[in-house]
Design a protein around this ligand. Structure first.
Ligand code: ADP
Ligand code: MG
Length: 467
C-alpha cells in the first residue's frame, strides 16, 4: 500500500473534500433555485443513556446494554440524565441559540420494531433551544458567504438498530443504541445548493466535535442527516413542495442526492406534474432518488405531553456555568491563529482539523518561532507519525519534548538532518532529546581548534585530491 506522509494524507483528504464538493456544486438549471433545510441528529457524548443508567459504549456485544427502561417494560419510568442536558445546552450555545429556560417532553408515536416503547420521547413544541446560526465564509470554502439559520434544537431518544441483512428472511434487533440521548438540530430552509449543504454539515460536525458534545461521525451513525429539498422559479417568494431524503451518511452522497432530487423536481414541474410531499431515498448506483413512503404529518404521530417527565426548568446559573466552560469556537480560533502565528489558511485549517492539535501547537510555540514550529509539526512530525500508520491522536511525543528537539536545532546542538532522525527515534524512545543525541554521537562540534585539526588531518590524508 502506498504510504503517504501524514501531512500529505491530510492534504489529500482536504483536496478530496474540495473536489467532492466541486463535482456537485449544485449547478442548477437556469431560472430555477433550490431550497434546502437539514435535520441533523447527533448522539450526545454521555456515559449513560438519556433516561436510564445503561452504558452508551459503542461496538459492544448486541443487547448487552439494555435496561428495563430501554426495553420499555411495563411500569418503568424515565429519569432525565442531567449530563445530556448539559451537552445539549453546550451545543446550542456554540450555535448561538437562545436557551429556553423552560422546555417540555412529548411522546411522538409510531410503530417500528426497534422502538420498543411505541413512541419516541422528544421535544417538539417547547424545545431546549430556539434560533442560532452557522456562518459559512470564504474560509469554509463558501463561494458566496451565507448565514444558515437554525430553527430549533431539541433533545430526544435514539432508537435501537434493526439488522436485515444477517439472516435471510429474518430481521434482528440490537437495543444497545435504544434510549441514547440525541439532539436534533433543525435548520431553516436557508441553504441554496448541494455544495452549501455539504459545507453546512461539515461545519456543524466540526463544531460538535470541537466542543466535545458528540463524536459526530457520519459513518458510525453518531451523526445522521435528513435533507428536505424543494425547488422554485428564481425570484419566487413562495417555497415549493418539499421532499425529505433520509439516511444520507456521507457528505459526498448527501450532495449527490440533493442534485439528483433537484433535477427530478424541476423535470416534474416543467412537465406540469406537481411534486408530492414524500420521504425518499437515494440510489447511488442509478444516481436517482426513489419513494420510500408518503411523509407522515404531525397528526399521524399523535404527539402528546410525556406524563412521566415534568417540564425541564433551567436556571440562569446553570446556563452561565456551561457558557463559561465553552472553549474558544473554531471560527474565532481560525481568525486568531492566522494573525497571531502568520499561518496560511491551509495550515490553520490543518491545525483545526484534528482534535487537540492546535492546543499542542500553541504550547510548542511558546517562546519559539511559529514558522519553525509549523514546519516541524505539520511536515516532519506528521510525516513521521504517518510512516508508522499513526495519526496525531497517537502522538507519543509531549509538547515539552517536541519543543526540546526544536531548541537543540535552534542552538545548533545537532544538525537538521540529525534532527529528523532524532524525531523518528523519539516516537519509540521516551528519553530526553539531548540524551538521544548524545547516545548516537550526533552532537555538532563547536570547538574551532578541534575542528581545525580534523580538517588538517583530512587535507593531509588526501593530498592527491588537494593537488
Ligand atoms: P418535519 O419535521 O415534519 O419534517 P419541520 O417543519 O420540522 O417538518 O421541517 C423540517 C425541515 O424542512 C427543516 O429543516 C426546514 O428548514 C425544512 N423545510 C421546510 N420547508 C421547506 C421547503 N419548502 N423546502 C425545503 N426545506 C424545507
Ligand atoms: Mg423533522
Amino acid at each position: 500500500m502506498l504510504r503517504l506522509t501524514r501531512c500529505a494524507y491530510l492534504r489529500s483528504q482536504l483536496f478530496k473534500a474540495v473536489r467532492n464538493f466541486s463535482t456537485s456544486e449544485g449547478s442548477i438549471k437556469d431560472g430555477w433555485e433550490a431550497v434546502i433545510g437539514i435535520e441533523v441528529h447527533a448522539q450526545l457524548n454521555t456515559k449513560t443513556k438519556l433516561f436510564s443508567d445503561s452504558s452508551t459504549s459503542y461496538n459492544e456485544h448486541v443487547n448487552t446494554h439494555v435496561s428495563a427502561i430501554d426495553a420499555a417494560f411495563p411500569g418503568v419510568q424515565p429519569r432525565l440524565n442531567i449530563h445530556a442536558v448539559e451537552q445539549a445546552v453546550k451545543a446550542a450555545l456554540s450555535l448561538q441559540g437562545q436557551i429556553q429556560k423552560r422546555s417540555t417532553f412529548e411522546r411522538k408515536h409510531y410503530y417500528y420494531p426497534d422502538l420498543p416503547q411505541g413512541y419516541q420521547i422528544t421535544q417538539q413544541r417547547e424545545p431546549i433551544s430556539r434560533g442560532g446560526f452557522i456562518q459559512l465564509t470564504e474560509l469554509d470554502g463558501a463561494k458566496i458567504p451565507a448565514k444558515i439559520g437554525i430553527h430549533q434544537i431539541q433533545i430526544e431518544q435514539d432508537t435501537g438498530k434493526s439488522i436485515h441483512d444477517m439472516r435471510p428472511g429474518e430481521s434482528l434487533l440490537d437495543l444497545n443504541r435504544a434510549g441514547i440521548g440525541l439532539i436534533e438540530i433543525v435548520s431553516k430552509p436557508d441553504i441554496r445548493s448541494s455544495y452549501e449543504a455539504g459545507l453546512y454539515v461539515k461545519k456543524l460536525q466540526q463544531l460538535l466535535q470541537w466542543v466535545d458534545v458528540s463524536k459526530a461521525n457520519l459513518e458510525e451513525g453518531s451523526m445522521r442527516c435528513d435533507v428536505n429539498v424543494s425547488v422554485r422559479k428564481q425570484g419566487d417568494s413562495q417555497f415549493g413542495t418539499r421532499c425529505e431524503l433520509k439516511n444520507l451518511n456521507r457528505i459526498r452522497i448527501l450532495s449527490a442526492a440533493i442534485d439528483a432530487e433537484v433535477t427530478r423536481q424541476i423535470e416534474l414541474l416543467e412537465n406540469g406534474i406537481p411534486v408530492h410531499v414524500e420521504t425518499r431515498r437515494y440510489d447511488e448506483l442509478r444516481n436517482t432518488t426513489y419513494k420510500l413512503r408518503d411523509k407522515e404529518s404531525a397528526p399521524d404521530y399523535r404527539f402528546m405531553p410525556e406524563p412521566d417527565l415534568p417540564p425541564l426548568l433551567l436556571s440562569e446559573d446553570f446556563i452561565d456555568r456551561i457558557a463559561n466552560s465553552l472553549p474558544e469556537l473554531p471560527d474565532v480560533s481560525l481568525d486568531r491563529i492566522m494573525k497571531q502565528y502568520n499561518l496560511s489558511l491551509f495550515n490553520a485549517n490543518l491545525l483545526l482539523h484534528e482534535y487537540k492539535c492546535l492546543d499542542y501547537f500553541e504550547r510548542v510555540c511558546e517562546g519559539r518561532d511559529p514558522n519553525t514550529v509549523t514546519k516541524w509539526m505539520l511536515n516532519e512530525l506528521s510525516g513521521a507519525l504517518a510512516a508508522k500508520d499513526k495519526t496525531f491522536k497517537d502522538n507519543p511525543i509531549s509538547s515539552k519534548r517536541f519543543g526540546g528537539l526544536l531548541d537543540l536545532l535552534e542552538k545548533g546542538t545537532t544538525t537538521v538532518n540529525k534532527g529528523k532522525l532524532l524525531l523518528k527515534l523519539m516516537l519509540d524512545d521516551p528519553s530526553e532529546p539531548l540524551d538521544i543525541v548524545r547516545k548516537n554521537g550526533w552532537l555538532t562540534m563547536s570547538d574551532s581548534a578541534q575542528l581545525e585539526s580534523i580538517c588538517k588531518d583530512i587535507v593531509e590524508k588526501n593530498a592527491d585530491k588537494v593537488n
